[in-house]
Design a protein around this ligand. Sequence first.
Ligand code: NDP
Length: 475
Amino acid sequence: MAAKSQPNIPKAKSLDGVTNDRTASQGQWGRAWEVDWFSLASVIFLLLFAPFIVYYFIMACDQYSCALTGPVVDIVTGHARLSDIWAKTPPITRKAAQLYTLWVTFQVLLYTSLPDFCHKFLPGYVGGIQEGAVTPAGAVNKYQINGLQAWLLTHLLWFANAHLLSWFSPTIIFDNWIPLLWCANILGYAVSTFAMVKGYFFPTSARDCKFTGNFFYNYMMGIEFNPRIGKWFDFKLFFNGRPGIVAWTLINLSFAAKQRELHSHVTNAMVLVNVLQAIYVIDFFWNETWYLKTIDICHDHFGWYLGWGDCVWLPYLYTLQGLYLVYHPVQLSTPHAVGVLLLGLVGYYIFRVANHQKDLFRRTDGRCLIWGRKPKVIECSYTSADGQRHHSKLLVSGFWGVARHFNYVGDLMGSLAYCLACGGGHLLPYFYIIYMAILLTHRCLRDEHRCASKYGRDWERYTAAVPYRLLPGIF
Ligand code: NDP
């Protein structure tokens, strides 16, 4: 069993006077070995309530035209009971189960059986077999990068169906939205539970497993770092990107089709949401190789947080704006629409350029130009659990010299743009920006903790050179 095959797990060290010696790297680099009460309380809260939060939002749209306070007011004033609301909720159906099974199977086939060919003809696109970052145990995994191809083929089929084949209605996703929610939950829980059992009994890499001794924390934050089946089926890469992110743009298209069916036209707000989110999704797949170097893949273990989150939270809550616009076909004034578009594009620009600067800098080992100049660098080193000493560099130029996570600021601007596209009628479409602000602030703190442990004094030199995390002068 993996737990038994673990080397002596070092105790987590205090971060006071952080060092980047071996013990610190082993103890803290990667997710926690020990669970404090606040983390445990948060984990239990999320395990208990996150599925209900998703249900609440989707049900509020279905039964209360997206009025977020509607169900609570009805219950408090005695106009409805929980059982009434539940009775009106569509159950799982055979059709939804078949659809969902077909969808996931199709994505698994695209992922496992179709090696990337896009990199052979798309200039500048990096696909095919690529290497991930060094894991805490010192391993380097290889990945088959073929997400862009999967996205293109899936959307080609979608449009072929809509305009030529007519196998199914483009509103199919909206029409089965709640029955599909139950299917997504079943997959989310099944995958997370399987990952937990696999972590204990047949891990892919025992040296990269982590056991905190707390069942709930292990279930939520995962045990295995890179669980795989066979050589190529990587759980993190598959579930993070597909089926959730491939589905994101299809879900939006289905919402647009439903808006047209119900209101005879597609509003400019719906077009904006579709276009801005499609840019984000295509960017994700165009840069899937870069994604191998992000926190999801380099830091997080695979548990309920990623497994259930990718199956349920992402496709259901990241698409709330499109869903809202089906019930409220907002048509924006031209200045409002242009403002939203500009905010979304500027946000995307910052997000993309910041991420590109770091990626280019790391790929070329600092031999590149950032904003037309040789970049300023902090040389750093760290030790992986196998005792190997590694050298790395931190970029202090470009957006990485403005703030330590300015890429998150771009992401937040884009997220705000999606919400503003929905006008000011309801709170529900603004959930996304609230959630992203919490997620990215928390992520920022998590990442800083990890980097401080990994790089020790070298990280302190970086924080001295770039004192702010997100917004210069503020945070
Ligand atoms: P980053 O891409 O910012 O990666 C952080 C890592 O980069 C650090 O752990 C460190 O890793 C390295 N690093 C930090 N500072 C420097 C520096 N100055 N120079 C070079 N390397 C540095 O974080 P994320 O993975 O969280 O985010 C990637 C993108 O994805 C972001 O733009 C974010 O907004 C977006 N995102 C979107 C989400 C969504 O749900 N829509 C969720 C999460 C992220 P190392 O160990 O290699 O040094």
